[in-house]
Each structure stands twice: as C-alpha cells, then as structure tokens.
Design a protein around this ligand. Structure first.
Ligand code: DP6
Length: 327
C-alpha cells in the first residue's frame, strides 16, 4: 500500500535585530552566538508537502527548483522521515508572497513552512522547540520563523545541537512596529549567506570581536525590547548590522553586499532618525529595512518615495509563527 500524506503550512520570514553571522558547527547550523529577530507578516511562504510519488521534487513558485534548493530542503525532510520512519519520496510545492532572491530571507520562511508541513504530513506532533531545531538544520535563521513576534535563538553548547533552538521572547501583539523594506535591487545575490558566513569566519580578523559584541548586544536588545525602548533597541540593531557588514568587508577577499543605492537609503534613514523613531538594518544583500512606529510610517514612506533608486517598498509588521493551514 502506498501512503499518501499531505499538509500545507504557511510561515513568515524574519529579520534579525541582533545578527547571526558565524557557525560553531557547519553541518548542524549551530551558531557561535545567539540572535534576536522579529517574525514579519507580509513576507510569507506557503508550502505543501506530500509523501508518496516517484521521486523527491521541489517546486518554487510553480517552477522545478534548482538542485541546491532541493538539497537544502532534503536536509529537513531526512530528519522528518527518520523520525516518522517513512521511506516515501517527497513532493514539495512552495510559493512566496514576495520576490525570491531579493535578500529578503526567503529561506527562513521557506524552510520553516516546509518543516511544519512535512512534520504534519508525516503524522508527527512535535513541540515548537523541536520543530525549530529541525528547521535550523535546513537554514539557521529559519529556526526563528517557527515562532511569531519577537524571537531569540539560543546558541546552546551541546555538540548534537539539541539545546540550540529558538523561543519566543514576546508575541506579535507586544509591540506594534512597522518595517519598510526599501528594495533597490532584486537580482539574486552573488554570494549566499552560508558561504559568506563561513568565508568571513575563516578570514576576517574582526570576527572574534563581532561575536563578542553580539553576545553583549543580545542582552541589551532583549532588555530594550521588554521595556519597549525604541531608541535603545534601534541603536543596538543598527550597530549589530553594521558590525556584521564590517566583519564581512574585512574578510579576504572582501564580501561587500552594499550597493551605491544602499548608502543612499542609509543616509536618508540617518537624517530621518534625528526627528523620528526609526532605525535601519541590512542583511546579506543590498536592501535596507527600516523599522519605525506606526505614526512615523507615512513620513518614512514619503521620504523613501523621493529616492529614484528605490524600486519598490514592501511593508510588514510583527506577525505569526509557522502554522498548518490545511492537512
Ligand atoms: C544576514 O540563516 O541564511 O540574515 O544558516 O547558512 O542557512 P544558513 O544562513 P542564514 O543566514 C542569515 C544571515 C543574516 C542574519 C540573520 O538572519 O540573523
């Protein structure tokens, strides 16, 4: 008898306020330090997983995905198959509500939705911390998208990674913030996060200092968040992001994700910050993400619209964790 089990899940992407950039274990995606993120409604992936069929296959936005994307997904699927003692091939269909490859962390929402859909399709009822640890093996930042709201990824210390998963610090209701993603380029980036991270770790003399400052930033960011202290959180988030980029630029050869347009948006953000509650953060790509309070949003939007280099603005807000939508 062939078993055909299907489930669909949706997950939101997340943006780190305190960045993950360095692994203590490459195969298990164990980080050198903890990180803190916000899960964002508005940057969503919906994924259907079916066990059964002829061979393993992954479709992204309706197209057969390239081999490396399938391999990444299969890291999660293998863990789920082993737990559920399933042998069937898997068919994965995934679609994003936002452009893929624009440095908008599609792997975080994609792997989180995949993990939750696959676990359900395989008939496993796992606690969120376990789902998070499984998602982590697919892509580090994905472990944070299992939870909604404001999320901390614990680095753990065990070699097997069982103590390295994400947990919720406070829910999406805790703080009504807005995130505006100023898209200045939507080409796929030259070097992915995994490779960039490993190269930085191996060659940047700044890396130990970045990790040491991440450990301190995490404590400060958590404290600022719990007090809803926007200015303090903004300072930590901004420096965590810029120190990560300084670390990458100090790698040999350097990794430079900034484009001229990135600096244009940064300088606009720095001038708006003088008057408004606003801060920026940048991940492994050229696009700048601006955090602000709801009342400030129209001002930021209007200011971004004056910049010809901004192709599109995507707005998001703290959102829900990954969940099954159909089984
Ligand atoms: C800059 O989670 O994509 O977005 O674990 O190798 O899959 P892998 O890397 P990934 O790296 C994310 C890096 C970042 C910072 C962050 O999200 O914390």
């Amino acid at each position: 008898m062939t078993l055909k089990k299907t489930a669909t899940a949706r997950a939101n992407s997340n943006i780190a306020l305190v960045k993950y950039w360095g692994k203590r274990d490459r195969a298990l995606n164990l980080p050198e330090a903890g990180s803190l993120s916000v899960t964002l409604e508005g940057l969503t992936t919906t994924t259907t997983v079916s066990f059964g069929g002829e061979r393993d296959a992954l479709y992204l936005n309706g197209q057969l995905a390239p081999e490396p994307a399938l391999r990444k997904a299969l890291r999660v699927i293998e863990l789920i198959r082993n737990r559920a003692q399933l042998r069937q091939p898997v068919r994965i269909e995934s679609s994003n509500s936002f452009p893929t490859g624009a440095g908008l962390a599609s792997s975080a929402s994609g792997i989180a939705a995949l993990t939750v859909a696959a676990a359900r399709a395989a008939g496993l009822a796992l606690p969120k911390t376990e789902l998070s640890a499984i998602a982590r093996v697919g892509s580090g930042s994905a472990c944070r998208s299992i939870w909604g709201g404001f999320v901390e990824w614990l680095p753990g210390s065990r070699a097997d990674g069982t103590d390295s998963f994400a947990q919720q610090v406070c829910s999406e209701e805790f703080w009504d913030l807005r995130v505006l993603v100023a898209v200045v380029a939507d080409k796929a980036k030259a070097m992915g996060s995994t490779e960039g991270m490993l190269h930085t770790q191996a060659t940047s003399p700044f890396h130990p200092a970045f990790i040491a400052s991440t450990v301190r930033d995490l404590d400060e960011a958590r404290a600022a968040l719990l007090k809803r202290d926007f200015r303090r959180l903004g300072r930590v988030a901004r420096r965590s992001s810029l120190r990560m980029h300084a670390d990458m630029m100090a790698a040999d050869p350097p990794i430079i994700y900034f484009q001229p347009e990135t600096l244009e948006v940064i300088s606009l953000a720095l001038s708006l910050e003088r008057e408004h509650e606003l801060f920026f953060t940048i991940d492994a790509g050229p696009n700048v993400k601006l955090f602000c309070t709801p009342t400030v949003e129209p001002h930021v939007m209007a200011a971004l619209e004056t910049l010809p280099c901004v192709q599109r603005i995507i707005t998001a807000r703290p959102g829900r964790g990954a969940e099954v939508v159909e089984a």
